[in-house]
Design a protein around this ligand. Structure first.
Ligand code: SAH
Ligand code: SF4
Ligand code: F3S
Length: 440
């Protein structure tokens, strides 16, 4: 008998926002009767949810889309859809259609949640569907979600970005800041806690400016309200912008019984000259003062960051400022990037674009420094008992894994499935970033 079940496979690039948006795409497909499958070959529909933050993100997506040409020839009914930030760029959809004419559906970020009707359009007309909306639309509240990261649940609190950092494409492909109404966020969190989720991560490009467009609320009151919900769960959020992280908010964080003791606070550069060119709207001194306040209220808080090297005009001295700042702050983790020129952003036409070799040298120095800080911090865990939320099982290691409140990963053995449970682990081995130990 013919198997009538239809399967979907989604490939996601980019940030957590996209990871969660793929859960919405999966929710829409699931509601239409599609089930998830293990690989592209089994799929009746493949969706690429793309990113364009750096050139290599685009190259990877295009490479993987191109590789499907053969499969599409063998399997005529296979539907290939491409959406996300890459397709939202001006003129990009047409370009993509020309390059890969076998793509069936191309849509952007502003109509991601219209995927059901775009798919129906394709199925009924058999014609290619290319639909990009120029502007953001109103927030849609009832999109189904097929969540894949239990015991963590992603929750959007806002969309878009108003900051226009000069290197960044996000404001152009995600539109202006729009906040979800607090009651909708709270209701979603309540439902997730009732379903057994143990960690909620609030998402926004700059969560610290949450509510500015609504007028009667702000991020501090939102996290206070969520923290006051009944249940045994952890609260995380990302990303913070140093220009909007206030002392009031830090106090709310410190008073919250649910907020984890970690914060992601991207610095980008430690040089005032470069921060100005980046339009970040804070100085090195402002940032270091904020770190001081964070540590005043939450002395053991783990701070992570994003850093970019090779921004136009970055001199050796500018880089040294970044290097020394990393040394001083002692981050618990740092995502480091080489600046990538994005068409249409102000930085793309700035004088003094950097030589890639110099950028590579600089990023290696930073990575080495951060690795040594990580090793030092890991060592301090030796012999300690930490509370871990078990979030998965690593087949290769044959061990369960999870993170502590600081976001540090630890592995441990167990004969029973502990995913979604809080466990105490005695740390006995401290390697690079991750730790391992035994349940006590
Ligand atoms: N809204 C978040 C980050 C979004 S993008 C924030 O403001 O922190 C994630 C990271 O990608 C940024 O923090 C930045 O370090 C990096 N990034 C953004 N644009 C980039 C570019 N053109 N080249 C290299 N890295 C970039
Ligand atoms: Fe990009 Fe800056 Fe907005 Fe972050 S805050 S998304 S880096 S423009
Ligand atoms: Fe990439 Fe878009 Fe996120 S450009 S980093 S997927 S907002």
């Amino acid at each position: 008998m013919e198997n009538l079940t239809k399967y979907f496979y989604i490939v996601t690039y980019g940030c957590q926002m996209n990871v969660h948006e793929s859960e919405k795409l999966a929710g829409i497909l699931n509601e239409q009767g599609y089930l998830p499958c293990e690989n592209e070959k089994q799929a009746d529909i493949i969706v690429f949810n793309t990113c364009c933050i750096r050139e290599n993100a685009e190259d990877r997506a295009e490479g993987n889309i191109g590789a499907l040409k053969k499969l599409k020839k063998q399997k005529k009914d296979l539907i290939i859809a491409v959406c996300g930030c890459m397709t939202q760029q001006k003129g990009y959809a047409e370009q993509l259609h020309k390059k890969f004419p076998f793509i069936d559906i191309i849509f952007g970020t502003h109509n991601l949640e219209d995927f059901k009707s775009l798919l129906q359009q394709k199925l009924s007309s058999k014609k290619k569907v290319i639909s990009i909306l120029e502007k953001e639309t109103e927030i849609k509240e009832n999109t189904p979600k097929f969540r894949t990261s239990f015991p963590n649940a992603w929750v959007n609190i806002m969309y878009g970005c108003n900051n226009f950092c000069t290197y960044c494409i996000v404001p152009y492909v995600r539109g202006r800041e729009r906040s979800r109404k607090p009651e909708n966020i709270i209701n979603e969190c309540k439902a997730l806690i009732n379903e057994g989720y143990k960690e909620i991560t609030l998402l926004g490009q700059n969560v610290n400016s949450y509510g500015k467009d609504l007028g009667n609320t702000n991020f501090a009151s939102l996290i206070t309200e969520i923290s006051n919900l009944d249940g045994d769960f952890r609260l995380r959020f990302m990303t913070n912008h140093p220009k909007d992280l206030t002392e009031d908010l830090i106090i709310s964080l410190a008073n919250s019984k649910k907020c984890c003791k970690s914060i992601h606070l991207p610095i980008q550069s430690g040089s005032n000259h470069i921060l100005k060119l980046m339009n970040r709207r804070y100085t090195r001194e402002d940032y270091l003062e904020e770190i001081k306040i964070l540590r005043k209220y939450i002395p053991d808080i783990a701070i992570t960051t994003d850093i970019m090297v090779g921004f136009p005009q970055e001199t050796d001295e500018d880089f040294l400022d970044t290097f020394n700042l990393v040394k001083e702050v002692k981050y618990s983790g740092a995502f480091t990037f080489v600046y990538s020129k994005r068409k249409g952003t102000p930085a793309a036409t700035m004088e003094g674009q950097m030589d890639e070799e110099i950028s590579k040298e600089r990023i290696m120095k930073l990575i080495d420094l951060q690795n040594s800080i990580n090793r030092e911090q890991s060592l301090s865990y030796n012999g300690k008992i930490i509370e871990i939320l078990c979030e998965g099982y690593d087949d290769k290691k044959g061990k369960y894994l999870g993170r502590d409140t600081y976001g540090r990963m630890a592995y441990f053995s167990s004969n029973i499935n502990l995913i979604g449970k809080f466990v105490n682990v005695l740390i006995t081995e401290t390697g690079g970033i991750s730790l391992s130990g035994e349940i006590v």
